[in-house]
Design a protein around this ligand. Structure first.
Ligand SMILES: Nc1ncnc2c1ncn2[C@@H]1O[C@H](COP(=O)(O)OP(=O)(O)OP(=O)(O)O)[C@@H](O)[C@H]1O
Length: 578
């Protein structure tokens, strides 16, 4: 938790002024019982109305000043806690954006969302309480004990005797509830995961009539969360009654002994009322302390979850080289040199000993059974993941020697799942090139075979894309994502099964347009459809982690059994032999 204190640095002023005003308010509050004792002893007892009114006025003034101090503190606490939360959220977000796919896969998207929202909120609350109450509550406790000591030292020893009992209660509750809060947050992550899967996969769930079983899964996770919440709630709920019990026992003891003191004439009526007031102040302050303990126990859990994210350093390190790369026109566009890859250190290899050279300007088809490693192969080129063994060269330079932005500027990738963002169609295409002119956007859409359907829309390129591109069909979404990729005229274009929703004729037109649009662009087309990749200059055939064949359609039909089998399962003999 202390590691995150750096985010409070810009709010030093707020962290000093806020508690200072709170202390001033607490001082006024501590003086009130003494003034009340004076009013009873010197005013009420002696029937001195003038004294009662004068001191009553002083009490009112103190209450008003106390209220003003409290408001000022509240203002500074809100400024510091909100500012702290904003900076922390920005920092986590910035950090997450540096992480590679591998780290994001490990942490889990729903958990990351919970950490950046829920956990930061918890810390924000702790900061506000830190400024408003953390100094005030002990100050009131200690102040009230000192004031009562001044009045009657022996009676006040009862408070001191109650303190260790209170400390033991605090220790027991914290040690029990702290691990439970961590469990609670993990279960909240699980709820977020199920919710996310259900909301994004709502159509599939309905199509497969899985609504009931998904409901049951959600209820089970929710019950589990509730169970933990109740458990932790029960433990925390013990704190307030136990504190009240200890303090009320102290009050009874004080009243008992105070009776003897009054009888002996050592304590006045006013003083005994002030004494009881101080006890009440201590009791209230201790209840605040108990609630603070709960808030801070939660905050410690949240802080460790946030620190966990901030401590993850990306495995994809950007090159530190300042050298401007000079690309030789003769080097191959992409070269894999004995590359192996596993998604995690202990996992099985999903690509093994891959060596292949792709020349500039070639169109490469990539085919193979599902799970054979096609997507993994193309994801290694822009360094979404780093190779486990071997090396990859783009334009003759090891991908690890590029600055990431330089490498990724060369490559446009259209992923399997078409992802669009809210905004207009033009804005979505402009993601590929920020300063693209309207003509460039139209040209890109023409290549992607999207211009025709966009032009028919009443608002054309200014049509709003709703969240996730819901207002477009699967094929339309795919074409828009392809337009976004080609608008920057990249050196390497990767289409990862991204034309699967297009009909054969549109797919063929798309491939022709891409080939014609740039002679120097190396195009990698991953597809399950033999017809999509058949015409490519070269075809890579993946089979179970390995390259089973590499060559033209004709060559592979003659020498690659896996390829021949795929083609013959999809095409007629006549089509396959063409
Ligand atoms: N993020 C990931 N974490 C762990 N394993 C993964 C991950 N992505 C893919 N895999 C595994 O790697 C293997 C290769 O997957 P990949 O997606 O590269 O296959 P593919 O040939 O593209 O399949 P498809 O044609 O179905 O898209 C599969 O066994 C898959 O389970």
């Amino acid at each position: 938790m202390f590691k995150l204190a750096v985010f409070l640095k810009p709010y030093k002023k707020e962290c000093i002024i806020g508690p200072a005003f709170k202390l001033l308010e607490a001082t006024f509050e501590l003086l009130l019982p003494t003034i009340m004792a004076l009013i009873i002893n010197n005013g009420v007892d002696k029937r001195n109305i003038e004294y009662v009114l004068k001191m009553g006025g002083v009490m009112l003034l103190m209450a008003i000043l106390g209220f003003c101090c409290s408001m000022i503190c509240q203002y500074y606490a809100a400024r510091a806690s909100q500012g702290f939360g904003t900076t922390l959220r920005n920092t986590i977000f910035k950090h997450i954006s540096t992480l590679s796919y591998a780290e994001i896969d490990t942490l889990g998207t729903p958990s990351l969302i919970n950490r950046i929202t829920n956990d930061v909120n918890q810390l924000q609350l702790a900061v506000a309480m830190l400024i408003r109450l953390v100094i005030r509550a002990p100050f009131i406790c200690i102040g009230a004990i000192i004031m009562s000591m001044i009045m009657d030292f022996r009676l006040s020893l009862i408070f001191l005797a109650a303190t260790p009992v209170f400390a033991v209660i605090l220790y027991l509750v914290i040690s029990k509830s702290s691990p439970l809060y961590r469990k609670y947050q993990q279960k909240l992550d699980k709820i977020a995961l199920i919710l996310r899967e259900n909301l994004s996969g709502v159509r599939v769930i309905r199509a497969f009539a899985r609504t009931e079983s998904e409901k049951k899964r959600f209820y089970a996770a929710n019950d589990d969360l509730t169970h933990t919440a109740i458990h932790v709630g029960k433990v925390s709920a013990l704190l307030n009654p136990m504190t009240s019990f200890v303090m009320n026992a102290a009050i009874i003891a004080i009243l008992w002994f105070a009776g003897f003191h009054i009888n002996a004439g050592r304590l006045s009526q006013g003083e005994i009322i002030a004494f009881v007031n101080y006890i009440t102040q201590i009791l209230l302050a201790l209840i605040v302390v108990s609630n603070l303990v709960i808030i801070f126990t939660k905050a410690v859990t949240s802080a460790s979850r946030i620190n966990e994210v901030l401590a993850v350093s990306t495995s994809i390190q950007d090159s530190e080289s300042q050298v401007q790369h000079v690309i030789s026109g003769t080097s191959p566009s992409i070269q894999f040199n004995r590359v192996s890859f596993a998604y995690n250190n202990t996992g099985d290899k999903v690509l093994e000993d891959i060596s292949v050279t792709l020349e500039r300007g070639e169109t490469i088809g990539i085919i193979g059974s599902t799970g054979s490693g096609k997507s993994t192969f193309v994801n290694l080129i822009p360094r979404f993941y780093d190779v486990t063994e071997g090396s990859i060269f783009v334009d003759g330079i090891n991908v690890k020697d590029y600055h990431l932005h330089e490498l990724r500027n060369k490559i446009s990738i259209v992923p399997q799942k078409a992802v669009l963002f809210t905004g207009t169609i033009a804005e979505n295409i402009r993601w590929g090139k920020q300063n693209a002119t309207d003509e460039e956007i139209k040209a890109a859409a023409k290549i992607a075979q999207a211009d025709e359907f966009i032009s028919k829309l009443p608002e054309g390129y200014n049509t709003q894309v709703s969240r996730g591109g819901l207002n477009f069909s699967g094929g339309q979404k795919q074409r828009l994502t392809i337009a976004r990729a080609v608008v920057s005229k990249p050196d390497i274009l990767i289409l990862d099964d991204s034309s699967s929703a297009l009909d054969f004729a549109t797919d063929a037109k798309l491939r022709r347009a891409i080939t014609e649009s740039s002679k120097n662009m190396t195009v990698l087309i991953v597809s399950q459809r033999a017809s999509t990749i058949k015409q490519a200059d070269k075809i890579i055939v993946f089979d179970n982690r390995h390259i089973a064949g590499f060559g033209t359609h004709k060559e592979l039909m003659n020498n690659c059994e896996v390829y021949k089998e795929i083609c013959l399962s999809q095409l007629s003999n006549e089509e396959a032999s063409k």
